[in-house]
Design a protein around this ligand. Structure first.
Ligand code: HEM
Length: 474
């Protein structure tokens, strides 16, 4: 295959510093301005060379058809590995071939449907606590909710409840410290400052609690029916179980990958609804129409197509996993350019989802763009809030179900109005967080019960087809 000349260096590189200042000053707009269908851009961060794969087609090639040449690795992944271990999200592709099939059953659709009962009751509990006419810190509520759901699905026992309390107390401290630790030189994290000591203590509390739960779980041959039981009882092709360390690393990975991302996605959904009162009213109408006076369950979700499109669109316009990385495991050709072995590569679903040549009017929140007649194959294939290929998010259905049930529980009860929208900015952490989300909540009129043979009048409710598949690809 003929190759082009060198990968073009992004403009504005300064001697010694390269693009560091531009990237630190406004990372999202810097990355966005280099996104095009052209291909790949060379960035310099001080002495380091990084390649931004900016074409969605090439990102898909890298993750799906040419995945053998791109592995997990590089500075970011190494930093995360030190913190959460070598679980399914951080391990090399070789190790992944053993780990992923062992974890898949815990995230099978039927298991997620079981977790749906926990998700629904936690979301209803949260929404029922709010008081009419008061201001609610919606992002703090979303964080508490997603942490509670993760630990209730992981630890189902009485002993597990003590673990859960340790975890609930400690996870926010871990998340606050994690991103800082990923980007700062490791030496700074060794200085015994108050923040570092707090972080280390929280990490030890979570680790100890997880090991305690593993031991309790192994002592019960029948299992406890929770996600931890699935991990403890998983076997590879040779019939080998995961060791305690491996189960521990998987649990830490699930905390890391599944808590903040989902909370932030939920926060952005509520933000979008507060900015689009018509969408909020339309969702409320669909919920009343389909559910009457009860709350949504997993079984209802296929009958709530507008809710589906809202969640899909919110994950498009505010994809929480804003920046991901790979390392070239061999010299390889991508988009006609040679990528050298060992090169660090970045890609951003957030930026791809906002490209004009992919989605019309990409900055407009428009759930109906996902109506089957308005979307095409390219838009569906290049929609990647959960990544793509064999390393695609294992929790995609879990997250989508949680987001849908939480949204239904809240909008069924409350009209949301954002206070001070100028304060809501994206903050770059491990995932893309809304900086502040204070909302006034106003109680909605309760919907009358639905008669068992009642016809749905809402036009959407007859169109149950799902525009986007959230099952793993590649
Ligand atoms: C809206 C919420 C979520 C988003 C946006 C999200 C996004 C992602 C993305 C983009 C990846 C691929 C990373 C890469 O290619 O480098 C990923 C991987 C992963 N996610 Fe999620 N995720 C979410 C929720 C969850 C949940 C709830 C869980 C678990 C309960 C979870 C567990 C994982 C794991 C274990 C991986 C590693 C998969 C592998 O390498 O095989 N995620 N996630």
């Amino acid at each position: 295959m003929s190759t082009k000349s060198a990968i073009p260096l992004a403009p504005g590189s300064l001697p010694l510093l390269g693009h560091t200042i531009q990237l630190l000053r406004n990372p999202l707009s810097f990355l966005e301005q280099h996104h095009s269908s052209e291909g790949i851009v060379h960035l310099r961060l001080g002495p380091s060379h990084i390649y931004l794969v900016a074409s969605p087609e090439l990102v898909r090639t890298m993750l799906v058809s040419n995945k053998q040449s791109f592995d997990k690795g590089g500075a970011f992944v190494d930093a995360i590995r030190i913190l959460i271990g070598n679980g399914v999200g951080t391990c090399s592709n070789d190790e992944h071939r053993r780990q992923r099939p062992m974890l898949n059953p815990a995230f099978h659709r039927d298991r997620v449907a079981e977790y749906g009962t926990i998700m629904q009751s936690c979301a209803v509990e949260m929404a029922s606590r709010w008081v009419d006419g008061t201001t609610v810190d919606v992002i703090a509520n979303a964080r508490e909710l997603s942490t509670r759901i993760i630990y209730r699905t992981l630890f189902n026992t009485k002993a597990g409840k003590e673990t859960a309390e340790d975890v609930e107390r400690s996870l926010p401290i871990l998340f606050d410290g994690l991103f800082r630790r990923m980007i700062l030189p490791p030496l700074l994290n060794k200085i015994p400052t108050r923040a570092n000591r707090r972080f280390e203590a929280a990490k030890k509390r979570v680790s100890d609690a997880v090991y305690r739960s593993i031991a309790e779980n192994r002592a019960k041959p029948e299992g406890t029916g929770d996600l931890l039981s699935d991990l403890v009882r998983a076997r590879d092709k040779e019939g080998q179980a995961l060791t305690d360390l491996e189960v521990h690393d998987q649990v830490m990975t699930i905390f890391f990958a599944g808590t903040e991302t989902t909370a932030d996605a939920l926060g952005w959904q509520f933000y979008q609804l507060s900015q689009n009162p018509d969408a909020q009213d339309r969702l409320y109408a669909e919920l009343c129409d389909v559910l009457g006076d009860r709350d949504a369950t997993v079984a209802d979700l296929p009958n709530l197509p507008y809710l589906y499109r809202l969640v899909t669109e919110s994950l498009r316009i505010s994809a929480p996993s804003w920046l991901l990385s790979r390392m070239a495991s061999a010299d390889t050709v991508l988009g006609g350019y040679t990528i050298p072995r060992g090169a660090n590569i970045l890609f951003s679903a957030y930026c791809m989802h906002r490209m004009e040549d992919l989605y019309a009017d990409p900055r407009t929140f428009d759930p109906d763009r996902w109506l089957p007649e308005r979307t095409d194959r390219r838009q569906r294939d290049l929609y990647m809030p959960f990544g793509a290929g064999t390393r695609k998010c294992i929790g995609d259905n879990y997250a989508f179900t949680e987001l849908s049930l939480s949204m239904a529980a809240v909008i069924k009860r409350w009209r949301l109005t954002l206070v001070g929208d100028e304060h809501t900015k994206p903050i770059l952490r491990v995932s893309l967080s809304p900086s502040a989300l204070s909302m006034v909540v106003e109680r909605r009129a309760p919907a009358p019960p639905r008669s068992p043979d009642g016809q749905r009048s809402h036009q959407d409710a007859t169109n149950g087809s799902c525009p986007v598949s959230h099952t793993p690809t590649g």
